[in-house]
Design a binder for this molecule. Structure first.
Ligand SMILES: Cc1cc2nc3c(=O)[nH]c(=O)nc-3n(C[C@H](O)[C@H](O)[C@H](O)COP(=O)(O)OP(=O)(O)OC[C@H]3O[C@@H](n4cnc5c(N)ncnc54)[C@H](O)[C@@H]3O)c2cc1C
Length: 381
């Protein structure tokens, strides 16, 4: 173990941990990251890498997402992370879905967004769109990175450019600054941020239990290159009932009633559609949502069938062959999109509880680091 003393130890090397490490290191702090795996292997590398602004819950989450998108855009070129896609297209197949989009556009969140006619969308999207396409929401605000390479690249850049020290394959089991006890000895740091993702038991289990968190398992696939470039990430009608920035709008009730009647299996499996394209042309497509205290490894085949069915409905094309399958797990709470807790002085516990960590993490980190290390707005941002 290093004899060095750090200003901040971050426990957890996922996107939330790295966001805190970046924010503190950029402000000149000496930072260590303690990660139990050889490198991040959880939700942060399994996701779409979709830095979603449009559709985030109105107010705080939407504000955090805009800030987080700006930080990704600023640091990606420095960290060697490619912005794979910009913008979002959300297709609508019913009058009820169009009504939700229109209501969204009438809010402050609709600024810069547009409702495209079917032929405009089809032209932009290489002819994609089913026969019942009625229009598409376009948002210019969103970004997409390839998480499986972006997260390791971000970690390597933090080490190289800011001297962040990574203790990998190291479990932290007690965080009482100035001493953090780990499976490899003691790390000394003045303050600690614990970003454990879906590990509710190793650190502060009683504290975490009080929030009544559950876990959610998602099914994902990678499809072969469809032979066209998508103009941005793609979503569809079902997303309007899932993302709180849309689903909280009054017209979403009628849409949900219609979709529940027409696509009951999609609701049973919590399926909605995100299609994101990478540099190799392949499509990252998902997802489903199954809630459990112990989400096992057994993903029902019908969830994947429903995802591919929604792909076919939204694009009007048969899905390309499946190249890869995986599942991922994240923490969820009914009443909050994230939590920041102070289990003891000098320690913050930070868990994103809404499956939006890649989209809100840097914004959250600026608040936490600013408060914990007493930084001013200028130095923390
Ligand atoms: C399939 C899927 C798709 C998603 N799509 C998106 C998306 O497109 N956009 C978006 O914004 N969000 C998305 N999300 C949600 C997003 O991935 C999560 O909100 C985010 O990754 C959470 O980051 P984290 O760092 O808190 O957790 P994790 O990535 O789980 O990282 C936590 C880390 O902490 C480590 N750890 C825990 N306890 C200890 C300890 N005691 N000692 C040492 N190490 C410890 C773990 O090993 C782990 O590496 C998706 C999630 C999934 C699963």
């Amino acid at each position: 173990m290093s004899a060095q003393t750090f200003d901040l130890a971050v426990i957890g090397g996922g996107v939330i941990g790295l966001a805190h490490a970046y924010t503190a290191a950029r402000a000149g702090m000496r930072v260590a990251v303690i990660e139990k795996d050889p490198c991040a292997n959880g939700a942060s590398i399994r996701n779409f890498g979709f830095v979603t602004v449009t559709g985030q819950e109105r107010g705080d989450s939407w504000t955090l997402a805009r800030r987080t998108r700006d930080v990704w855009a600023e640091i990606a070129p420095q960290a060697g992370v490619r912005i794979e896609q910009r913008g979002l297209y959300l297709t609508a197949r019913s009058a009820e879905a169009v009504a939700v989009i229109e209501a969204f556009l009438a809010t402050e969140m609709g600024e810069g967004c547009d409702l495209l006619r079917p032929d405009t969308f089809r032209r932009a999207a290489g002819g994609l769109g089913g026969p019942d396409l009625m229009g598409a929401l376009y948002s210019p605000h969103d970004l997409r990175v390839e998480s499986r390479t972006a997260i390791p690249a971000l970690a390597a850049w933090l080490a190289e450019a800011f001297g962040v020290t990574f203790f990998n394959q190291t479990v932290a089991f007690e965080a009482t600054p100035p001493k953090i006890r780990t499976s490899r000895g003691v790390v000394e740091a003045g303050a600690v941020v614990v970003c454990p993702g879906d590990d509710f038991v190793t650190l502060y289990p009683e504290r975490i239990a009080a929030y009544g968190l559950r876990k959610c398992r998602l099914s994902m696939v990678k499809l072969a290159d469809p032979g066209l470039r998508l103009p941005g990430a793609l979503m569809s009608d079902l997303s309007l009932t899932r993302y709180r920035g849309y689903s909280a709008l009054p017209p979403a009730r009628a849409l949900e009633a219609r979709l529940r009647a027409e696509q009951p299996s999609h609701f049973k499996n919590g399926v909605h559609l995100i299609v994101a394209q990478g540099a190799d042309g392949g499509l990252i497509v998902g997802d489903s949502h199954h809630y459990d205290d112990l989400p096992g490894p057994f993903a029902p085949a019908e969830a994947e069938r429903d995802i591919l069915d929604e792909y076919a409905r939204a694009t009007g094309r048969a899905p390309p062959p499946v190249l890869e399958r995986w599942t991922g797990v994240y923490a969820v709470a009914d009443e909050r999109t994230y939590l920041i807790d102070t289990p003891e002085p000098g320690v913050r516990l930070v868990i994103v509880t809404s499956g939006t960590g890649a989209s809100t993490g840097f914004g959250i980190a600026e608040r936490v680091i600013g408060d914990l290390l007493g930084l001013t707005a200028e130095t923390a941002t």
